[in-house]
Design a protein around this ligand. Structure first.
Ligand code: BYC
Length: 470
């Protein structure tokens, strides 16, 4: 099962050629995917040689191959972690063998989870499609494309599941994944953050820091699934996801570092006067992308989450760390919004599982922000970046009906509207950040608003020609 077939049209370790019908169906989807890539991906760069990592197996050592490749020729493959004996380890079916086929009663629930996951992948490529015009260096340009092609592979991963296990419905869903468009009024992507513009590199770094990190937590929860093909698929996707968050966290860290350097260079400590991104503006973009990403965990109290856990389809982050796995009768202590007031109370655990996952995610985000603050401190600057309250600027869930300040104070909507531009990027901030975005495509050079990376990709130097120039 783990043998990789690379000479097929679609590289895979799932013995695709052993199921001719499925192989034909996926080979029929492949040109539609390529058409979508050419229309909605980073099209002007399709003819360039990019130094990319391609997944070639699921072995821990040596799973990736690095070489120059033109993006439309990227070998998007289907890779599942090898099958091992597993039983349901949470929910109502604890101890029963995991499923290799979709159980009829959970078909819709499972399809919805897979389609929602799949929809985010092409959405992010669409959101980022124009960033190649303004990358701050060849290193960053290459990282953008690495993230893009791997999101494409993650789409393949979900499409494989839809085609293999959901028959005609699955094939229709796979078509629709290529038809919805990020930000389109008539056929938007499913989840909020994936319809937001990512129109410059500061947003890209915040997106890969915060939104890709939602991906880590959602994939980890699905990697626990009692639907074994989904679990095995998501486990391998997590391997690739780590680099995306690295791009985000170190990207922001480099912008922060440069801001600190420019504070010291300017007689008035004015970063903008020196052509950099000032720390208060970085805070606003952090506020924006963090809160958009908090929404991706769904409502705080959710019967969907309870159903998915009970069925054994979606677990908690690293389920094995917990002592109890049925969660019947247990509760989670959290803030809820009741009769216009914030109340701290116990909520039935199964219904609180979106909040449980979000709580783990928040801790992980905080670790990243702590590292950014260490950079600021090491530069000798007195400033601290902060994660805003989980109630601030929410559009999904119980906090979405009420306005809050970034430190969690309840306020009326008029006050929020009047102060919004202090907390979230305003038009002037957007205009300013966009004014900094000019391509820097000479080897080893970096835009003025960002510090160089500590090291290059795959042990190569920072001034390597990551994207071949004509
Ligand atoms: N925007 O019971 P509720 C990634 C909908 S990112 C719009 O509160 P539930 C990646 C919800 O669909 C990871 N709608 O929440 C990152 C439902 O609608 P219906 C993606 C939203 O269902 C970067 C209704 O509100 N993976 O991989 O428990 C680059 C009530 O829902 C939103 C997944 O999301 C929203 N933010 O949880 C590339 C995993 N939130 O059904 C990739 C799969 C909720 O009533 N998805 N709604 O019409 C899930 O597990 C769940 O669908 C969610 C929602 C966690 C998203």
């Amino acid at each position: 099962m783990s043998t990789v077939i690379t000479d097929d049209k679609i590289p895979n370790n799932v013995n695709l050629s052993g199921d001719k019908r499925l192989q034909r169906a996926l080979e029929a989807w492949q040109p539609k995917f390529i058409d979508w890539w050419k229309e909605m991906g980073p099209s002007p760069w399709n003819a360039k040689d990019i130094y990319l990592r391609t997944a070639v197996s699921v072995e821990t050592e040596g799973w990736a191959h690095f070489d120059y490749v033109k993006m439309p020729d990227y070998r998007w493959g289907i890779f599942l972690e090898p099958k091992v004996d597993r039983v349901h380890h949470f929910g109502d079916n604890m101890g029963q063998p995991v499923w290799d086929e979709v159980p009829g009663e959970f078909r819709n629930l499972l399809r919805r989870l897979i389609v929602t996951q799949g929809d985010t992948e092409p959405a992010s490529v669409e959101q980022q499609r124009l960033l190649g015009e303004t990358a701050p260096s060849l290193y960053d340009l290459r990282n953008l494309f690495q993230v893009n092609v791997e999101e494409g592979r993650h789409l393949w991963a979900m499409v494989y599941l839809l085609h293999t296990y959901f028959g005609r419905d699955g094939r229709e869903e796979a078509e629709e994944l290529l038809q919805r468009r990020s930000g389109d009024a008539d056929k938007p992507r499913i989840l909020g953050a994936f319809n937001e513009p990512t129109s410059h590199w500061l947003s890209f770094f915040m997106f890969t820091m915060f939104t890709d990190r939602d991906g880590k937590y959602q994939l980890a929860a699905l990697a626990e699934s009692g639907f074994d093909p989904l679990a095995r698929t998501c486990r391998f996707m997590l391997t690739e996801e780590a680099h995306h968050m690295f791009v985000g966290e170190t990207g922001v860290q480099r912008v922060v570092k440069r801001a600190c350097e420019l504070i010291k260079q300017d007689p008035n400590g004015d970063v903008r006067a020196q052509g950099g991104v000032d720390l208060p503006t970085i805070q606003k973009y952090l506020n924006l992308w963090y809160t958009l990403s908090l929404d991706l965990f769904g409502g705080e109290v959710s019967s969907n989450a309870a159903d998915a856990f009970a069925a054994g389809l979606k677990g908690r982050y690293k389920e094995a760390r917990y002592d109890e796995h049925t969660l019947v009768g247990s509760t989670f202590e959290m803030d809820v919004f009741e009769n216009g007031k914030v109340v701290h109370k116990d909520v039935a655990m199964r219904n609180a599982l979106n909040e449980v996952l979000r709580t783990e995610y928040i801790k992980d985000c905080q670790r990243g922000v702590d590292r950014w603050n260490k950079t600021i401190k090491d530069e000798g600057i007195d400033f601290e970046l902060k994660l805003p309250s989980n109630k601030f600027h929410r559009q999904i869930g119980m906090w979405s009906t009420q306005a809050f300040t970034p430190d969690g104070q309840m306020i009326d909507q008029a006050t929020f509207a009047a102060r919004r531009g202090e907390w979230l990027p305003n038009d002037a901030d957007e205009t300013y950040i966009k004014s900094l975005m000019h391509p820097v495509y000479e080897r080893g050079r970096m835009a003025n608003w960002i510090a160089p990376p500590l090291k290059g990709i795959n042990g190569l130097p920072g001034d390597f020609e990551y994207v071949k120039q004509p």
